[in-house]
Write a protein of this length. Sequence first.
Length: 107
Amino acid sequence: MAVTITESAAGHIRKCLADRGKGEGLRVKVKPSGCSGYSYVLDFADEVASEDHVFEQHDVKVIVDAEALDILDGSEVDYVTQGLNSFFRFNNPNVKDECGCGESFNV
């Protein structure tokens, strides 16, 4: 089981952690939400719990709690720019469908 991260995402995370002045890495969770079932929740982790799964690439840690691992397994976290907007994009092979607005997904 693994979650990977692109160099683009790693660069953005490193910058954000440096701006914060602290943090272990990017914490990725899922929560029940929207019309399709789940949405991603991103936060910066200041500590790693014993039940967390830590994936490290490009000198950045992605921290996933045990409850979300099955849903996120095989996912790639990317950071993209489209026009004037920049955002994290998840390439998750477990997603079966998404709601029309892209806010939530189903596995």
